[in-house]
Design a protein around this ligand. Structure first.
Ligand SMILES: Cc1cc2nc3c(=O)[nH]c(=O)nc-3n(C[C@H](O)[C@H](O)[C@H](O)COP(=O)(O)OP(=O)(O)OC[C@H]3O[C@@H](n4cnc5c(N)ncnc54)[C@H](O)[C@@H]3O)c2cc1C
Length: 489
């Protein structure tokens, strides 16, 4: 049906589509087979056949969800339905500011095409540019400049449902609509979000909004030196982001200070090595200003004036023309400049070795520095108990703080993988006591996290199950993803 080139069953492929950080010889979450259809029609045929045979499919786009399970299925030995071969850039519209793409289009792939066409558009990219723009957005992933909330940048999906229907959300429901990628809503309920962090369908196309390429941009860092500086720092970022002085998603990174290092047999996963990767200062913030030159200068002046309220805080900004090529931008500024790369992973592997692994503790907390301190203390205390290192990061939204605390470990050691999983699970249990949950989690913790949304006798979870039962009663599509199962399970 799909042809032999679309079926991967060799050992190397099964490893590639497994969790890269699961440790040696994992006994769960293993792909049984990988299939790679090359068109929506082929996806539809595969879904219908899986339904007939009662075989679960686990959907991934590029399948590089590292830190959250990679392309690993929740149900052991499921067939991975990987969409790398659906890699068409269907349309780029520079005037309206969007691209319509398939799930196999990576951040790096779209960037190359925008440059080849000299399209006056700028991308938002996550720290690794080899992922799928659709996969990352569906998983609620983040980049850091103006369109950094990647789920919000998706507009108008094509979705294959378990019964073989090919659904177009939003304006796409109108045959021949010129607005599918431009206007979020259709008539009646908006369905796009139903297919994000869920298992209700297989997304085979999406519109992605892109920002206009600015005349110029300034990128750099704010550095603060004292532990308590995080409180005025978050207050400052909150008001500057809300007033539109700062754009995009400022990323705060905390460098753990003081305290004893981990025990020697944890090397190279030591605090001393971690400090080689992190920026100097107790807290540093990656920021960007984008727009006309006069606007950027005005924004910088306001930022510098208000930052002076925090003693010894430093501001370091570099200016680039909007159409700067990668060789004209300092590599440390690539992410905020929307230039896809893999420098962070390369750096981490250079310091910690090729078996570097991580699992994230990512609770969403109120946009307040006291909360950031609370998350940081929980992460550092828990990491110390488990002999782990865990730098804390925070993505500043307009009304919330998304924590991104990378718990790092040697993925070749089963005991360290187990320690990291237990530490992260403990931290989520503690965060739940505060009423806070992750924005995203590793598949091994999905049920646990989902169960905690228990208000009113689990009304949310029961509603998800009823939607699953309506759309996919046999549970063929990614059963267990984000803790959603059909009622029969
Ligand atoms: C060092 C490092 C840094 C990282 N930095 C970032 C960062 O800055 N920001 C960030 O967001 N992430 C980051 N990550 C995590 C991860 O690498 C990215 O989020 C990556 O983009 C996810 O992989 P992917 O795009 O291939 O998505 P996939 O693995 O293809 O998809 C992710 C999930 O989305 C769902 N899904 C995917 N495609 C479909 C579809 N077509 N239909 C229905 N459901 C689907 C599935 O549940 C799937 O498991 C980082 C990881 C590492 C190791």
């Amino acid at each position: 049906m799909l042809g032999p080139q679309a079926v991967l069953r060799d050992a190397a492929s099964l490893v590639e589509f497994s969790d890269p950080y699961a440790g040696p010889d994992p006994s769960a979450y293993r792909p049984g087979l990988v299939i790679q259809p090359a068109s929506t029609e082929e996806v539809r045929a595969a879904v219908l056949l899986a339904g007939e045979l009662g075989v679960p499919l686990w959907t991934s786009s590029m399948g590089r969800n590292f830190g959250y399970g990679g392309s690993s299925p929740v149900v052991d030995r499921s067939v991975v339905l990987n969409l790398r071969r659906l890699d068409r850039i269907i349309e780029i519209d520079p005037e309206q500011g969007f691209a319509r793409i398939e799930p196999g289009v990576t951040f790096a792939g779209l960037y190359e095409e925008l440059r080849a066409q000299d399209a006056p558009l700028m991308m938002s990219v996550p720290d690794l540019g080899w992922g799928s723009m659709i996969g990352n957005g569906l998983e609620h992933g983040y980049g850091y400049n103006v369109m950094g909330d990647h789920a919000s940048a998706l507009c108008g999906l094509e979705v294959v449902l378990a019964n073989g229907d090919v659904l177009r959300t939003g304006q796409g429901g109108m045959p021949g609509s010129p607005l599918w990628s431009c206007h979020r809503r259709g008539y009646g309920p908006s369905l796009d979000s139903l297919f994000m962090q869920s298992n209700f369908g297989v997304v085979t196309q999406a519109g992605v909004w892109l920002m206009p390429r600015p005349e110029a941009f300034m990128i750099g860092t704010i550095t603060c030196h004292r532990d308590g500086d995080i409180v005025p720092l978050v207050a400052l970022l909150r008001r500057l982001v809300r007033r539109g002085v700062l754009q995009g998603i400022p990323m705060i990174v905390g460098t753990p200070e003081g305290g004893a290092d981990v025990s020697p047999d944890m090397a190279p996963f030591t605090l001393a090595n971690l400090k080689q990767v992190l920026r100097p200062g107790r807290w540093s913030v990656r920021i960007g200003l984008y727009g006309d030159k006069e606007m950027n200068l005005a924004r910088r002046a306001i930022l510098a004036r208000e930052l002076a309220e925090i003693a010894d805080a430093e501001l370091d900004l570099r200016t680039y023309p909007g159409n700067a090529r990668p060789d004209e931008v300092e590599p440390r500024d690539y992410i905020s400049a929307g230039i896809p790369n893999r420098l962070l992973l390369e750096r981490l592997q250079a310091v910690f070795g090729p078996t570097f692994g991580h699992m994230d503790f990512s609770p969403v907390v109120p946009l307040d520095g006291e909360w950031a301190l609370r998350v940081d203390k929980l992460a550092q205390d828990t990491a110390a108990r488990y002999d782990l290192i865990a730098p804390t990061g925070f993505l500043v939204q307009e009304r919330s703080l998304v924590s991104a605390c990378m718990v790092m470990f040697d993925a070749s050691r089963a005991d360290r993988v187990a320690a990291a999983r237990e530490a992260v699970a403990k931290m989520y249990a503690a965060a739940a006591e505060w009423g806070c949950a992750p924005y995203r989690s590793h598949i091994a913790l999905a049920d646990e996290v989902a169960q905690r949304f228990s208000a009113n006798d689990h009304a949310y979870g029961r509603t998800c199950t009823r939607i699953k039962d309506a759309l996919d009663p046999a549970g063929i599509l990614s059963p267990g993803n984000h803790g959603i199962w059909p009622g029969s399970c």
